[in-house]
Design a protein around this ligand. Structure first.
Ligand code: CA
Length: 222
């Protein structure tokens, strides 16, 4: 799952990015409102976290424009503006939730999970053949035997399974699993796919992740 943070306080932005990455989210940061809006409108995100007071464009402007252009993507305000009037205004322009600074990371994380759950009607578990992914505990098992994966391996497998039966193009995989600073020219996807196949022993009649030559990969139950 991919999250955009728009926050001009570098310390807070970095703290959030690191914390959310440790929870296996893919995180991009914009430090001003213009860049934030541009990235938000790219449509690549599952959730936005917006500060209110930002250089160039405020969080309110971002949220208003974002909602006019679509988009059901959940938005959480994270701001020092804390009067009832301001909270109500934030919700009126289309935010799904409103958290006041200073905040507890654990609370923010739980509120993010609530938004993503209601957004995709999360059941907490994804399956691919005999493979199970627990989205609450980040544990992966095959035939009920635990298979330890790295965060990136988990994100990649999650993305493929969410798109089960559909070809995932290499560019989409990169957009979904790696952040915007990723070097597109490396063969890193193949390295990760091979690692997944090895760890999950995907051979013979359990070859659930198949290569579509020149295009990408597909997760399939055989
Ligand atoms: Ca600010």
């Amino acid at each position: 799952m991919r999250i955009l943070i728009v926050e001009d306080e570098i310390g807070i932005a970095n703290f959030l990015k690191q914390g959310l990455e440790e929870e296996s989210f893919v995180v991009d940061v914009a430090y001003d409102g213009s860049k934030g809006l541009l990235l938000a409108l790219s449509g690549e995100y599952d959730l936005l976290i917006l500060d209110w007071m930002l250089p160039e464009k405020s969080g309110i402007e971002i949220c208003t424009t974002f909602r006019k252009n679509n988009k059901k993507t959940p938005v959480i305000f994270l701001t020092a503006k804390d009067t009832v009037k301001e909270t109500i205004f934030g919700l009126q322009v289309g935010a799904n939730d409103y958290i006041k600074k200073p905040f507890h990371f654990e609370e923010l994380l739980e509120r993010i999970r609530v938004q993503l759950r209601s957004n995709i009607e999360e059941l907490g578990e994804l399956t691919l053949g005999t493979i199970k992914l627990d989205l609450n505990t980040y544990q992966v098992s095959k035939n009920n035997v635990d298979v330890p994966l790295t965060q990136k391996e988990f994100s990649l497998l999650e993305m493929l399974i969410r798109n089960k039966g559909k070809v995932c193009k290499r560019s989409r995989i990169i957009e979904s699993v790696w952040d915007i600073h990723f070097d597109y020219n490396t063969g890193v996807i193949d390295v990760y796919i091979n690692a997944l196949r090895k760890k999950l022993k995907l051979t013979g009649d359990e070859n659930y992740i198949q290569t579509i030559r020149g295009v990408g990969y597909i997760a399939k139950e055989l």
